[in-house]
Design a protein around this ligand. Structure first.
Ligand code: FES
Ligand code: FES
Length: 204
C-alpha cells in the first residue's frame, strides 16, 4: 500500500524511490505495449490468403480483410456460390443466411477472414445430384415462394432448424425463421413447408 506523505519515515529519498520505481514500471509497460502492437496479428488492408471450409471443400482465396463471407463466396470462388442473396447487406433480412458449425449466420455481416476454421454450408450443398432436399421439395409442394428471392435464406434457416430439432413446434419454427424477411409475404406457406418437409424430390 503506498505510504502517505505525512506518515512518519516518509522522506524525499523514499518519495524519489517510489517515483523512480513507478517510472521504471511505466517504461516497461509502454515498451511491452509497443512489443504487443508489433506482435499483434495485423491483417490488410491488402489481400491476404485465407482458407475456408465450404460445403465440405477447402477453398483458398486471396481477399482483403474487409470482404464479407457473402461477397467472397458470391464473387471470389469458382464456380461462384450465388444461392445466398445480397439484399440489405446489413444483417436485417436473412437473404444471405448460411450455416456455420450448425448455426445460421448472416453472411453479409460475417467477414470471410473470421469464417476460417468454421464449417460453412450454403444452400448449394442441400441438393444431392438431382434430388432436392426435403425442405426444398416442401417449399415447392406448399408453394412457399413467389419471387423466390428470400427462398434460399428461408430454406437454409429451415434446414438448420430441422437438423437441430427434427420435429419442431410451431413456436420453434417461427423463432428459427424470424431472422428472415419475405417481401412477397409467403410466411404462412414457408411455415407449413418447414413443419412438413417432404422426403426429397427430383429437380428439373
Ligand atoms: S443481405 Fe444479409 S441480412 Fe440482408
Ligand atoms: S418470395 Fe419474394 S421476397 Fe419472399
Amino acid at each position: 500500500m503506498p505510504r502517505r506523505k505525512d506518515e512518519p519515515g516518509f522522506s524525499r529519498r523514499s518519495f524519489l524511490k517510489t517515483v523512480g520505481a513507478g517510472g521504471v514500471a511505466a517504461g516497461v509497460l509502454s515498451q511491452t505495449s509497443n512489443v504487443d502492437a508489433q506482435a499483434a496479428n495485423v491483417h490488410g488492408p491488402g489481400a491476404v490468403p485465407i482458407s475456408l471450409n465450404v460445403n465440405g471443400q477447402m477453398v483458398r482465396l486471396q481477399v482483403e480483410p474487409r470482404v464479407t463471407l457473402l461477397d467472397a463466396l458470391r464473387t471470389r470462388v469458382t464456380p461462384p456460390l450465388t444461392g445466398a442473396k445480397r439484399v440489405c447487406d446489413r444483417g436485417a433480412c436473412g437473404a444471405c443466411t448460411m450455416i456455420a458449425d450448425g448455426k445460421t449466420i448472416y453472411a453479409c455481416s460475417t467477414l470471410a477472414i473470421e469464417a476460417q476454421g468454421r464449417r460453412i454450408r450454403t444452400v448449394e450443398s442441400f441438393t444431392q445430384g438431382t434430388v432436392l432436399h426435403p425442405v426444398q421439395q416442401a417449399f415447392c409442394d406448399k408453394d412457399g415462394l413467389m419471387c423466390g428471392f428470400c427462398t434460399p435464406g428461408f430454406v437454409t434457416s429451415a434446414v438448420a432448424l430441422l437438423e437441430r430439432t427434427p420435429k419442431p413446434t410451431v413456436e420453434q419454427a417461427r423463432r428459427a425463421l424470424d431472422g428472415n424477411i419475405c417481401r412477397c409475404g409467403t410466411y404462412v406457406r414457408v411455415l407449413e413447408a418447414t413443419l412438413n418437409p417432404g422426403t426429397g424430390g427430383t429437380r428439373g
